[in-house]
Design a protein around this ligand. Structure first.
Ligand code: HPA
Length: 285
C-alpha cells in the first residue's frame, strides 16, 4: 500500500470516497463493515447480492503498490445483515506510518457505518490457544505506544479507550460460538509493528503484561475507529504459537499455511456472527 495521505488532501479524498461509495452502493450505508485480515478472506463468499468497488476508485482507501493484490470493498448481505467487507488493509510495517487506514475508516463513518469488525492473524501467547483457535479481542496493548491520532487537533483526539472493544458485540460473539458449538477464547491483543517476528524475550514480556495474542495490525484501526465514533469488535485467528513457545521457526509461509487450514472455519464463524448482528436492537434504525 502506498504512503497515506494527510491533512487537506486526506479530507478531500474522504469526501470523494464517500460520494463514490454512495453512488456505487446507495446513500444508505450498511450498519456493519469488516476488515478482512489474513485467514479471513474467504468470508466474502458468505455475501449474497454482492457488489464490488476497487480501492483504486476510493482515494481515501489504501492504494496497493503490488498489482494483483485484492484491494476492493464488497457490499452485500450475510443473512439479513447488510455488510461492507474491506478486502485489503494498510499495515504500519509497509510505510512506517500508522495512519494508513484513517481515510478508509473515516469514509465508512461518514457514509453511515456504525460497527467495524476487525479481523487478523495472530501468534498465541497461551497454550490453551493453539494454532487454529479463534480469539475474541477483549482489549489491546499498544506496545509501540504509537497513535494514528498524533498531530491532530481538537479535544476529541484525547479519545477514551477504556472500553475499546464493544461489550454487546463481544457478548454476541460468545452467543454465536455457543449456538454453533464452537470454541471461542477471549483475550488481550498486543500490537508489534513488525514486519519481523518478535523475540522469545519480547514474547515473555508481553505475556507478563497480560497479552494473550500478538499481531501486526488492528490496534491503530481500533484507535481510528473509536476516534471516529464507530463501535468495534475484534477477532483473531491464531496461526502459530508466538516466538519461543514452540520448536518451530516462525515464517510468513507457516502463518499463511495455518491461515489457509483454519480459514474456512474462521470465515464460517464470521458469517454466523455478522448474520447475528441483524438481531441487535441497538443497530435498528
Ligand atoms: N507475531 C506477530 N504477528 C503475527 C504472528 C506472530 O507470531 N502470527 C501472525 N501474525
Amino acid at each position: 500500500m502506498s504512503t497515506p495521505l494527510q491533512g487537506a488532501e486526506l479530507a478531500a479524498a474522504i469526501t470523494t470516497s464517500v460520494e463514490r461509495l454512495k453512488s456505487a452502493f446507495g446513500e444508505h450505508a450498511p450498519d456493519v463493515a469488516v476488515v478482512l485480515g489474513s485467514g479471513w478472506a474467504g468470508a466474502v463468499d458468505q455475501l449474497h447480492e454482492v457488489q464490488n468497488l476497487a480501492y483504486a476508485e476510493l482515494p481515501a482507501f489504501p492504494q496497493p503498490k503490488v498489482e494483483g493484490h485484492v484491494a476492493e470493498i464488497a457490499v452485500g448481505r450475510v443473512g439479513q445483515q447488510r455488510v461492507a467487507m474491506l478486502r485489503g488493509r494498510a499495515h504500519t510495517y509497509e510505510s512506517g506510518d500508522c495512519t494508513g487506514m484513517a481515510g478508509a475508516i473515516r469514509s465508512l463513518k461518514a457514509w453511515g457505518v456504525k460497527v467495524l469488525v476487525l479481523t487478523n492473524a495472530s501468534g498465541s501467547l497461551r497454550s490453551h490457544q493453539p494454532p487454529g483457535s479463534l480469539m475474541l479481542i477483549s482489549d489491546h496493548i499498544n506496545a509501540p505506544q504509537r497513535s494514528p491520532l498524533t498531530g491532530m487537533s481538537g479535544s476529541d483526539r484525547f479519545c477514551d479507550l477504556s472500553v475499546a472493544y464493544d461489550k454487546e458485540l463481544r457478548q454476541q460473539g460468545f452467543k454465536v460460538a455457543q449456538q454453533h458449538n464452537m470454541v471461542l477464547t477471549e483475550g488481550v491483543y498486543v500490537w508489534a509493528v513488525g514486519p519481523h517476528f518478535e523475540t522469545p524475550a519480547e514474547i515473555r514480556m508481553f505475556a507478563a503484561w497480560g497479552a494473550d495474542a500478538v499481531g501486526m495490525s488492528t490496534v491503530p484501526e481500533t484507535i481510528l475507529a473509536r476516534h471516529a465514533g464507530l463501535r468495534v469488535a475484534g477477532l483473531a485467528l491464531i496461526t502459530n504459537m508466538a516466538a519461543g513457545m514452540s520448536d518451530e521457526a516462525l515464517t510468513h509461509a507457516l502463518t499463511l499455511q495455518q491461515a489457509k487450514l483454519s480459514g474456512e472455519r474462521a470465515a464460517a464463524f464470521l458469517g454466523q456472527y455478522l448474520a447475528s448482528l441483524a438481531t441487535l436492537e441497538s443497530l435498528k434504525d
